[in-house]
Structure formats: structure tokens, C-alpha cells
Write a protein of this length. Structure first.
Lengths: 620, 343
């Protein structure tokens, strides 16, 4: 998007969106800088999308290539759907950050580098033989190098901090410069610093001084050339109250909202794992909403306790990432067999095994749909963006409680960490779905495995008089729920479990076309966090009169009833996924359509350009 | 257990209509009857009682109790029970497990449910063998156990369930024998304890490990081989002619002869259920050199996990008014009007 805007003209006024990447050592506070810049950008009314990209190491050795942490933000005066392909501006706090990130910078883009960090030692660590700031190797970009470290030290001198402590404010100096570049208000950041360091006012003051110094440095004309103020006008947006939200928080709020709509207390069993832990952190602060959180001894105990809580009549929820989800597999089967409601959140990351804990991937679709022993059907839904995670969490609770089934909700590391502006929902707009536990036997006697019209069995809380019964993982007798190894019974129960889950499709409506029309030459069908790049790529191609449409799936299993016919209405179908072709295989299996894969598993999201290229090739 | 109104029931009220499917002569039958006899004595309510089990022969137990019951997956009963109890602390939760279930596949959960002190009863049926999978040696099998998976004898050292429990932080540890008439007394004491109550029950697997406990379980020799513990009472056995004393030199327990019933002169110790050091020594006693300590070894309650969770939940929630609309609207917000952002 930024590139499209730049193509339109070089005048700053013509710029509709800009991509900025802050990169530094993992100890340089780049995620914090990015987060605060995001806030100021949102407050300026720009639409935005962000992409935090950080190493798995908590504190990688200083100055190393693998210790580089980056935060990218794309913001503009029109709708933003991705964090942007190529940065227009790269802020590099040391040689390693420059080396890792500079190749993705747009030709002609701007590099701001802290020359104070480009000494021999750091150059060696970044494997530079000569100083790139001086050897001309950065000629195709615009370069602004100045000693941010020294300028920061100078700015915070009056506060008497030690050298190490003082240099920590470098990120605020840089943020100050960035705020000046884009004409942002400093006050929200000042307020935030004052509250963050309320107990250490001297640190707050030093940081504010650094922030102001960075801002002043831009303002007092010591800079000439490329850095000019670029105040982007606000993006058009639907009227209403907005805030920024990341996926982990939106999902947590959605779970709370869903539990309230089901009129149930919530029990959350979790075990720390990247990038899922943030959900446990959020929910553990929401006790007043009837939320009990339990940090279990392992992933299995996390889901097992959630199943126990559901059995006792509350809403059981558990959450993890790929390796932890694998550990929960057997317990998911138990929840399927005992037909208890349960929400399982999978914040996907690069795999297999430990894989790439902090990088994003969509490679757990097979695991979600098929990854259990026996015929073990389970509804699977997926969030496309941070704000969509809120809606999906509510939907997961609805399906789980209405159909008495575990539900898997897929999100990923990108959605969990990325922030976007969120039109705050009016909670009065939602239809509640209160749960009624069974308190009296059915008319013809108590049947723990009797069925309603949706094939859901009754939910009886232990403690209910006269309805004592036993459940477990052994095959259940139809209606009675007693142990039953009978061959006909197993066939019938297997069919019931399948039909119940397939029946969820009755409650989800038809699949709609996100952009474009039903029928035509080409459809791109995606799921999850690839929404942004697919949408933008299709949008651009349609502006060039290409016959291409975008379909985006929320319901991975069961799929909407019209999906097969919809896909067959196009000559070609492409499935862009951050895996080796998992949804593609399921679509082929379900509908015998010739879906073609477009895959990427580099730990980075698709760029818009990559998808545009695929569209162009398919239509040529 | 919980402070609940006592309910009048009989043994029959606790029996289900399900056919019991253990091998004829299995020690589990005796334990089932002991539990069904105990429940009326403690005045339990079938509707308020939940039996949670893992996998193994013992774990079929819930199907035979006319209560709420959950036959879960291998080793995970303590985790499921934790969710049940946190969701509804009013329920009386019993965990039924075995030596493989609790100490092999589920060792982690056993440790943590004890450490956290969830208010529940944990009955570990120890038969020193894997029965349901047809006789492999278990984590409590003695060295040299011949089994289908150890045809030349097992070479690894067995775990001691009570020592494991105590080491994990259990505040109640007891032992019983399947066919012993004292078992209901042990169960009642466990139920009376507020917190996780761990009971190891020696259970005779007549098919795969027949009479493995006969050395101390046999009635004929019981006087010499069983040390029944009672709080405040001297630790005597062999009709009071022998007792347990402390060897001051080695700081270990020893067997002493008691002459003319003068156990004090012999230095016999009184059992103190709140003495954790004594409990540690008792669970480590090697049978043979010593009789088998039975009954309540340790009983010293402390606050339970679920009461602490509930107390914190309530304290945090006390001064906050839940408002979902306010919650989703939190943080720094801005308003967009028809004319654009209102900043």
C-alpha cells in the first residue's frame, strides 16, 4: 500500500500510508517503542496494522544478528490491512539491526541509524568488514546517521543516571524523532511514562527528556534532506468509539463476553507457552467477571482441569500453542466422548516440535481437524485479525455450549501480538445464548446421553439430586450413557458424534465472498491471519480490472454448506496459506475442486506483492 | 470433605445397577464394599459426591457407585478433579487411582494435587502390577519382579507411594488393606481431613500378582507383621510385646521388646499424627525388619487450595463491578464521527 502511494508521486502530501520498522537489540526496547508509536498513531486517527518480530531468546547476546528485535507498523489515511510489505523507513539502533533488516527496505527508503553503536566491536558482531554507514554500500537508500547514544546521554545528563541506565532511554529519543517526523502528539507518551515510572520519577523524567530531545532534534533543523514532517490525514472509518487491541487481548475479552452470553462462570486452565501465555495473563486479571484461572502443572492438566470444570457445570477453556495442543490430544478425545463443552485456543507458531516459537505459521490445521485418535470430530474456527478474535471467541463459546462439544479456536502468533484499531462493540448488539443445565429427568426417564434436536446431550451438574450418572472415555450406550462395547452401538454413536458436529453448519450461515463476486475466473480462499495480504492483493488486482475474488473462511470444520458450490463457480481456486497446503488438501477432499496451493513457511507473513504475483500468473 | 448436612443413607443407596466387572476374588470388591459401607457413616449425599478415576482396573470404580462419576484418562484424574473442585467446591470429591495410574503416567499430577492441597480423598489401590494390560511390572513392583515385560526380572527400584505423597507435601497420609475390617475407619479419617487425603490401599491382584502382600496382610500372622497406628497411643505390635522406639545414636526407628507391658520403660514412642518427622520415618520403614505401619500415619491440615482460590477470587472481585461494556472500552480510546476523527 505504501508502495502504491509512493508510486503515485513523491510529494509527501500524496502519501496515503507509510511503513516504519524499528529495529534494534532485543534489549533496546523496540517492542515498547513500537507499541507507543502505535498508540500515538491510533490517537491521530490513522488506520494501522503492526507486526512485532522478535527473537525466541529473552536476552540474546548484545549486538548479535540473532538478537535483533523489530517492530513494524503500517499506518495511513486509508484502510490498512497488513503491516506492509517493505518499510519506507528503517530505524536501526545497531549494525546487526541494519544488516538483518536493510534488504527489505524499499529502494529509496530512509535509514535512520545510531552511528554511536557502529564501533568495531558491534560491526564485528554483525559481520560487517567495513562500516556500512561510511563505505557507500547503502547508496540505494537515503541515510541519516547520527550518534543517538551520545545525544541521549547528553539529554538525560541532568538526572544523574549511570551510563547504562541513561542509555536505556535511547528508544524514547528515537520515538521522539519518529513522533516529530509524523507530527504526533507527545502528551500520551509523557502520560504513559509518568504512570509507568510513578515510583521512580527520575527515570520517568529522564525518559521524557530523551523523548523531547529526539523530537527537538528533528524540529531544530539540524536535519536537512529526507526527513520532513509527514502528517498523514486520518483514515476514513465507521463512526464510533475506537481503541487499539491485539489478538490475545481481544480473544480474552471475547471469551469473557461469550461466557456472559452463555450465563456461565468461566474456568481457564493454562500452562505457559509462547505465544499463547498472554491469554492466561489477561484472564487472570478478570476475576470479577466470574473467571477462575488455573496455571496447571502441564498442558495435559490444563485441559483436564478445564474438562473437570465443564463437567461440574462451568465453561471450561484451555489454551496453548502447537506443541501443547499435541499434548492435549488425548484429553480432547475425552471431551468428545463425554460430550462436554470446552473451548481450546491454539495460538499457532512455527513447527514441528519446538519449531519457531516466536514466528507465525498456520500449520496446525490438520492437527485441529484430524489430530486425534479414533473418529473424533470437533468444530474448528479461525480468527482472521485481532478484532476478529473477539467475535470468534464468542462464537466458539456458543458452539461449545449449544452443541455440547469441544471447539478449537485457531489464531496465530501474528494475530496474538499484532495490534489494530478496534471499533469497540456495543455489547447490546449481541444475541445471548444462556445455558440451562438439566435439573429434572426427561419425561420418559433420565437419559444422560439423550439428545435434543441439535443432537446435543443434556448438561447435568454434579450436585443435582436424582440425576446421578457416570461418564467416561469408554464408548457410551445410546441414550443411557452406560459402558457399551456393542458393535452396533459403536457404529450408531460414531454416527451421532459425526452428525452432531456436521450439524453445526446449520447455525453458521452461508459463506460470503469477502471481495468480488460469486463466480468468475479466479478465487483466492484463505483462513486466519493471511486475511490482510490476500485482501489487499485482490483489491489491487481488481482495481486493475482483473477477475479475482477473495473468500475468507472462519469455519474450518464443519465448513459452510454452500462452500463447495461457491468454489466450483470459479475457473481457478488458489489457497494462500502459511503452511505446505493444509486447507488446500481439505478443500480438495471435501469438494473435489482443483484448489491450487500458494505456500509460505518462512515465519513471516505473506507480502501483498507475493500474492499479487500469484494472481497475475494464474490469470495470464 | 465438606461441612455438609448429614444425609441418612444405607449401603444399598450407594450401589449402582451396573454389573461389577472385576475378576472374581479381586481385592477391589472388598474396597468397593468398604467405601459403600463408609459413605452412610459419614452421612454423605450421593448427589453431592463425585468419584473421579483414571485408567486401570481400579478406575472402573466410579461406575459402581451411585453418585456422580467420571472415568477419565490415564493418570489425569487429579487434574480433572482439580477442575471439578475449583468449579464447585461444595462437591465431595474422591479420586480413585492405582500404582501405575498415580505414580507412572500420572506421577506429575499426583505430586501437584498433593502439593496444592486440593480438598479431596485420593485412594491409591496398590497391587504392584499392571492388571488391566495383563501383568506388566509397575512402578511399585519389587526388584526382580517377573512379568511379561520383564521376563528375567525387573531391575529398577520401586517407588514408595506414601513416601512420595509425603515428599510432595501431603498433609494426610494413611495406609489400609483391601480386606481389612479397619479400612472404613481409615477412609472416615481421610474424609474428616480438610485437604488432600492420600490413602494407599494394598490390593490383592489375584490374577497377576496373587498374595504379593501376604507377608503382612495374612490374618494369621497379622499381630507380628502389622503396626496399627493410633494418634497419642504407643506404637506397639505383637500383642504389645514389641514396640517402635527411636535409636538416639542413628536417629532412626528401631524395634524394641516390651517387658511386662511397660512400653515406656522400653522407650516406645507414642504416635503423633501431626509429627511430620515421625511420618517421614514411618513411611520409610522397610518391611521385614519392621512391621508394616498401617492406619493414619500423618494428619496435619492446612488451608486447602480451592478455599484459597475462592478467597482470592472473592477478595479481588469484592470492590469491582463487572461491566462488560466498560471492559471492552478500556484503554486509550478515540471517537470517530461522521466528519472524521474527533481528536
Amino acid at each position: 500500500m505504501a508502495s502504491a502511494a509512493k508510486e503515485a508521486g513523491n510529494e509527501q502530501e500524496a502519501v496515503e500510508s507509510v511503513v516504519v520498522r524499528f529495529a534494534g537489540d532485543s534489549g533496546d526496547g523496540m517492542q515498547l517503542t513500537g507499541g507507543q508509536f502505535t498508540l500515538s498513531t491510533a490517537l491521530a486517527g490513522n488506520d494501522l496494522a503492526t507486526f512485532p518480530d522478535f527473537p525466541a531468546e529473552i536476552r540474546a547476546p548484545q549486538g548479535t544478528l540473532f538478537g535483533v528485535s523489530a517492530f513494524q507498523i503500517n499506518f495511513g489515511s486509508r484502510a490498512i490491512h497488513t503491516a506492509g510489505d517493505q518499510p519506507d523507513v528503517l530505524v536501526a539502533m545497531n549494525p546487526a539491526a541494519l544488516k538483518v533488516n536493510v534488504d527489505s527496505l524499499k529502494p529509496g527508503g530512509l535509514i535512520i541509524a545510531d552511528s554511536g553503536e557502529f564501533g568495531k566491536r558491534n560491526l564485528d558482531k554483525a559481520k560487517y568488514e567495513t562500516n556500512p554507514l561510511e563505505d557507500g554500500s547503502l547508496a540505494k537508500w537515503q541515510l541519516l546517521a547520527f550518534d543517538i547514544s551520545a545525544l541521549t546521554l547528553e539529554a538525560v545528563k541532568p538526572f544523574g543516571l549511570g551510563n547504562k541506565e541513561a542509555l536505556r532511554s535511547k528508544n524514547m529519543w528515537t520515538l521522539g524523532l519518529a513522533l516529530w517526523m509524523f507530527d504526533r502528539d507527545r502528551q500520551p507518551i509523557v502520560d504513559w511514562l509518568n504512570s509507568k515510572f510513578a515510583k521512580k520519577p527520575e527515570i520517568a523524567e529522564a525518559n521524557i527528556a530523551a523523548l523531547n530531545a529526539g523530537h527537538a532534534y528533528g524540529e531544530t533543523a539540524e536535519l536537512s534532506g529526507p526527513v520532513k514532517q509527514a502528517a498523514l490525514p486520518a483514515a476514513p472509518a465507521d463512526p464510533g468509539l475506537y481503541r487499539t487491541v491485539n489478538g490475545a487481548e481481544a480473544l480474552s475479552l471475547g471469551l469473557v463476553a461469550g461466557a456472559q452470553m452463555a450465563d456461565l462462570p468461566m474456568f481457564f486452565g493454562g500452562y505457559p507457552i509462547t505465544p499463547a501465555s498472554a491469554i492466561l495473563h489477561h484472564l487472570s486479571r478478570l476475576k470479577e467477571y466470574g473467571v477462575t484461572t488455573f496455571q496447571a502443572e502441564d498442558e495435559i492438566a490444563a485441559i483436564a482441569s478445564a474438562i473437570g470444570a465443564s463437567y461440574a457445570g462451568t465453561l471450561g477453556v484451555t489454551s496453548s500453542s502447537g506443541p501443547g495442543i499435541a499434548l492435549k490430544g488425548e484429553a480432547m478425545g475425552l471431551a468428545i466422548m463425554t460430550e462436554l463443552p470446552l473451548v481450546i485456543v491454539n495460538s499457532q507458531r512455527g513447527g514441528p516440535s519446538t519449531g519457531l516459537p516466536t514466528k507465525t505459521e498456520q500449520s496446525d490445521l490438520y492437527q485441529a481437524v484430524y489430530g486425534r485418535n479414533g473418529d473424533a470430530p470437533m468444530p474448528v474456527i479461525s480468527a482472521r485479525s485481532p478484532s476478529d478474535a473477539f467475535e470468534c471467541a464468542i462464537e466458539a463459546v456458543r458452539i461449545a455450549t449449544q452443541y455440547m462439544t469441544p471447539v478449537m479456536l485457531l489464531t496465530d502468533g501474528y494475530i496474538a501480538n499484532a495490534a489494530e484499531p478496534w471499533l469497540v462493540p456495543d455489547m447490546g448488539d449481541y444475541t445471548e445464548f444462556p445455558v440451562e443445565h438439566m435439573t429434572q429427568a426427561q419425561e420418559d426417564g433420565f437419559k444422560p446421553y439423550g439428545r435434543d434436536e441439535k443432537l446435543a446431550r443434556p448438561w447435568v451438574k454434579p450436585g443435582t439430586p436424582e440425576l446421578m450418572h457416570r461418564i467416561g472415555g469408554i464408548e457410551k450406550g445410546v441414550d443411557t450413557g452406560h459402558i457399551d462395547y456393542g458393535s452396533e452401538n459403536h457404529q450408531e454413536m460414531t454416527n451421532i458424534r459425526r452428525d452432531k458436529v456436521l450439524g453445526v453448519a446449520d447455525s453458521i450461515g452461508d459463506q460470503e465472498v469477502e471481495l468480488g463476486v460469486a463466480g468468475g475466473k479466479l478465487a483466492l480462499i484463505g483462513w486466519g491471519s493471511t486475511y490482510g495480504p490476500i485482501h489487499q492483493a485482490v483489491n489491487r488486482c481488481r482495481e486493475k480490472d482483473m477477475d479475482v475474488s477473495h473468500i475468507h473462511l472462519r469455519y474450518i470444520w464443519p465448513m459452510p454448506k454452500n462452500l463447495g458450490d461457491l468454489l466450483k463457480s470459479y475457473d481457478h481456486v488458489i489457497v494462500p496459506e502459511m503452511n505446505t497446503g493444509q486447507l488446500k488438501t481439505v478443500l480438495r477432499d471435501q469438494y473435489l475442486v482443483d484448489a491450487k496451493p500458494l505456500n509460505k513457511v518462512s515465519g513471516q507473513p505473506f507480502t501483498i506483492a507475493e500474492i499479487e504475483t500469484a494472481i497475475a500468473e494464474a490469470l495470464s | 470433605m465438606n461441612e455438609i448436612t448429614k444425609i441418612e443413607t444405607t449401603l444399598k443407596d450407594w450401589e449402582t445397577d451396573q454389573e461389577v466387572r472385576w475378576c472374581p476374588g479381586c481385592g477391589d470388591y472388598a474396597i468397593l464394599k468398604a467405601v459403600q459401607r463408609t459413605m452412610p457413616m459419614i452421612g454423605g449425599s450421593p448427589a453431592n459426591t463425585v468419584f473421579v478415576s483414571g485408567i486401570g482396573c481400579s478406575s472402573r470404580f466410579p461406575y459402581y457407585m451411585e453418585t456422580y462419576g467420571f472415568h477419565t484418562i490415564h493418570g489425569r484424574a487429579p487434574a480433572v478433579a482439580t477442575g471439578v473442585k475449583l468449579a464447585n467446591p461444595e462437591l465431595d470429591v474422591w479420586i480413585i487411582t492405582g500404582d501405575g495410574d498415580a505414580l507412572s503416567i500420572g506421577g506429575n499430577h499426583t505430586m501437584h494435587v498433593l502439593r496444592r492441597n486440593l480438598n479431596c480423598q485420593i485412594m491409591l489401590f496398590n497391587n504392584e502390577i499392571y492388571g488391566l494390560t495383563k501383568g506388566q511390572y509397575s512402578p511399585t513392583s519389587r526388584e526382580g519382579t517377573n512379568s511379561p515385560s520383564t521376563p528375567y526380572g525387573s531391575v529398577d527400584h520401586p517407588a514408595s507411594p506414601c513416601a512420595f505423597a509425603l515428599g510432595s507435601g501431603a498433609r494426610f497420609v494413611a495406609r489400609g488393606i483391601d480386606i481389612n475390617k479397619n479400612l472404613p475407619d481409615v477412609l472416615m479419617a481421610a474424609h474428616a481431613h480438610q485437604g488432600a487425603a492420600f490413602i494407599e490401599i494394598f490390593q490383592n491382584c489375584i490374577v497377576y500378582n496373587k498374595d504379593v502382600f501376604e507377608d503382612f496382610a495374612a490374618k494369621k500372622t497379622a499381630a507380628a507383621t502389622q503396626l496399627w497406628l493410633a494418634n497419642g497411643e504407643p506404637m506397639l505390635f505383637e500383642k504389645g510385646e514389641k514396640g517402635i522406639a527411636l535409636d538416639q545414636d542413628t536417629m532412626a526407628l528401631k524395634v524394641v521388646d516390651v517387658v511386662d507391658g511397660d512400653w515406656e520403660a522400653a522407650g516406645v514412642l507414642r504416635h503423633e499424627v501431626t509429627n511430620r518427622s515421625l511420618a517421614h520415618m514411618l513411611v520409610e520403614l522397610q518391611f521385614g525388619e519392621f512391621p508394616m505401619p498401617l492406619g493414619v500415619i500423618y494428619d496435619d491440615p492446612k488451608p486447602t487450595f480451592e478455599s484459597a482460590v475462592v478467597a482470592q477470587n472473592e477478595a479481588i472481585a469484592a470492590n469491582k463491578k463487572p461491566d462488560l461494556q466498560a471492559l471492552v472500552s478500556k484503554g486509550q480510546t478515540w471517537t470517530v464521527t461522521e466528519d472524521g476523527p474527533d481528536l
